[in-house]
Design a protein around this ligand. Sequence first.
Ligand SMILES: Cc1ncc(COP(=O)(O)O)c(C=O)c1O
Length: 451
Amino acid sequence: MSTLDVERIRSHFDFPATGRVVTNNAASTQPPRELIELLGRLAPWYENVHRGQSAASRRTTALFESAYDTIASWLNAPSRRCIATYRNTTEAINAVMYSLLTSFRDGDNVVTTMMEHNSNYVPWHALCREILPRFGRRVECRIARFRADGSLDLDHLASLIDQRTKLVCCTGASNFFGAKPDLAVVRRLADAGGYPQPTGEHRALLLVDGAQLVPTTAVDVQALDVDYLAFSFHKMLAPFGVGVLYAKEHLLDHDLPFLYGGDMIAEGRVTPTSVAWNDLPWKHAAGTPNILGVIVSAQALRLLVDLVLPTAFFSSWGPLPRVAIEETMTRVARHTAALTAHCMAGLREINGLRPYGPEQRTPLVAFTIAGVSPFAVAQALDRQGVESRAGCHCATLAHHALGLDPPASCRLSFALYNTFDDVDRAVAALRTIQPAATDALPTGRSTPAVR
Ligand SMILES: Cc1ncc(COP(=O)(O)O)c(C=O)c1O
């Protein structure tokens, strides 16, 4: 029994008319029609924000600022002062890296994990191996292992964190395994290190990559006590080029900005010898932002609630109650968990197929088929109208750690608008792929036999 009226939800999207089986949602989700129409409705009154006295500029500024309030309520952040917007998760994580860059001391370390998307590994690798060495500072990047089932090895993580660990960077949900590390435990471990931060706290900062977490779970940044959390709207119905960084207010207040320029400075307070920053959150909004993208993305959150519950939050800017957000995400998670369980059951019947990740997972499953290139699997699925993704999904470290050659798997991932029929079509398409008569891991050199 589905917890969602999926047919009603699908009627808000254009893709079902094409017959596509959209099962690559961990990469990007589909836009509901209302969001595209909203862009059009905003156009006649478009003006820059914080840069004009016209009614149009005041109106657009009010909508833009309200968008920050919606995003803050979605995460249960104390206020818009804790929100910065960027292009995507990657840019938001880089913003943290550049903001903290100068505060690393010689001998510090950063701890991340083998499960990370490259967005939450490569910036830390670059910081430690490329950037800080040029300033003569040695900072180590330590990498925690995952267990055989793809869950984070918390004992190993604990062994890597010490009193010189300034920052722990951890995924909220792996885009390869679907595993969700226990962030309460990760927080405790980060605290135990006791690193003396310039803000006066004695604990490692915790950055969570929420790119797969925020679209699949109700996230409460205060309950999780994370210092930074990043996510991308293109994975939650709004492909308009907006990513979010949540950060605790005292950190945004204290941290250096990632970008410098217009609007991030206090009005009139630039002289040849001094510059004063604007109030939060605009200190972290240099240059003209993605104005319409931010407005429409925040409306995507309100529309998501309306698609799931009988509410009318879309196109308005009133408060978004916590209970509605939590109920929405609980129902979405229940529906997509049922789809994922159905998919896993189907995959278990397929000869030579090896799924990765633990039983408890976000709505995705990555797998290989013995002796068949994951790219050939994805092409075979595509020929039957089923969309998937083959490759390392930017979880390159984990693919190498598993010894996959090529470092690749094929992934199916589900969203609120997927049906059990979508899953059945994907599984039926996979059944037509003949595994090689060996248990060997995929080599990438073989081609699939398609019945
Ligand atoms: C876990 C995870 N982190 C980070 C990213 C990067 O997101 P973006 O490409 O929007 O920066 C992704 C995207 O697939 C992801 O799945």
